[in-house]
Design a protein around this ligand. Structure first.
Ligand code: E4P
Length: 284
């Protein structure tokens, strides 16, 4: 059962509907699910298989439909295929197709120039979006500016805390900074803490007021086994070795193009998602 004082929505991070079922069994609730190309590639039904380009989309569609069946009231994030050369128009076209699969989709676009262009048009076309591969406060400011006018609930932003920790920076600081910066805004973007690796990430995301968090099944099961704590436990405190990420004063009312959205982890993450997806496809 959902803890009474829990405001943050809890999503499962997985490309496997069987894990949705297990997550529901472990927690007795789930508010949604995020998928990405690497997670879908890890689905046991895809592992070691090769698909044609059409088949792989059919497979993704069946996965997403099954997840949506388990979580009819929740949100299901479906990620577009994009590499460094994919234009915004192509991402938008995919987004529209994916949104037609289920009624509760948030379309994931990368937080790159083309991804932001696609998202800007997507929200004008009434699509819900989840901006992914976010590693900096400037990217968060750009997401806010590019999607202005969208209604609350239609835009998520996914900062990847675990991948920042991996390079020695305190990923949770980014959540704190974005939540703080968005207090000066109109509230139309919801913060979805992603790349969660531990119960400590969960409790800190809750304490910082993250609207949503997404975590792998194992971490959610650990959290459930620990009694679903909503406050930091002593043993969960981040190691002091992580370098703090400092708050930046940014004006959310600038055009999104004014922000420096470049981040090496965004580029690296985009390339890895594309590679994992392409590995599923039989090359002619
Ligand atoms: C979710 O939306 C993200 O794609 C996911 O949390 C990334 O997690 P990872 O850094 O463990 O791959």
């Amino acid at each position: 059962m959902r803890p009474e004082n829990l405001k943050t929505r809890i999503f499962l991070d997985s490309g496997d509907p069987d894990e949705t079922r297990q997550g529901l069994e472990a927690l007795k609730f789930l508010d949604g699910q995020t998928t990405n190309p690497s997670l879908v590639a890890k689905n046991p039904a895809a592992a070691g298989k090769k698909f044609s380009a059409a088949e792989v989309l059919n497979f993704y569609e069946s996965v997403v439909k099954e997840v949506s069946f388990y979580l009819p009231q929740g949100s299901v994030s479906v990620e577009v295929y994009a590499d460094q050369d994919t234009p915004a128009e192509e991402m938008l076209e995919q987004g529209k197709q994916f949104a037609s699969w289920i009624s509760n989709a948030h379309i994931k676009f990368p937080t790159t120039q083309e991804g932001l262009k696609a998202a800007q048009q997507a929200v004008r076309d009434d699509l819900r979006v989840n901006m992914t591969l976010v590693f900096s406060q400037e990217q968060a400011a750009a997401v806010y500016a590019a999607t202005k006018g969208a209604k609350k609930g239609d835009v998520f932003i996914s900062p990847f805390v675990g991948r920042l920790d991996d390079i020695g920076q305190n990923g949770m600081d980014l959540i704190k900074n974005i939540v703080e910066m968005y207090k000066n805004g109109d509230g139309h973007v919801e913060v979805l803490t992603a790349s969660v690796r531990s119960i400590g990430h969960i409790t800190q995301a809750i304490a910082l007021g993250s609207d949503i968090l997404t975590a792998p099944l194992k971490v959610l099961k650990d959290w459930a086994a620990a009694g679903m704590p909503v406050k930091d436990q002593q043993q969960d405190v981040q190691p002091l070795a992580l370098k703090p990420i400092l708050y930046q004063q940014l004006d959310l009312n600038q055009p999104w193009q004014n922000f420096n959205i470049q981040h090496e982890l965004t580029d690296k993450g985009l390339a890895k998602f594309a590679q994992d997806w392409n590995n599923l496809i039989e090359q002619a």
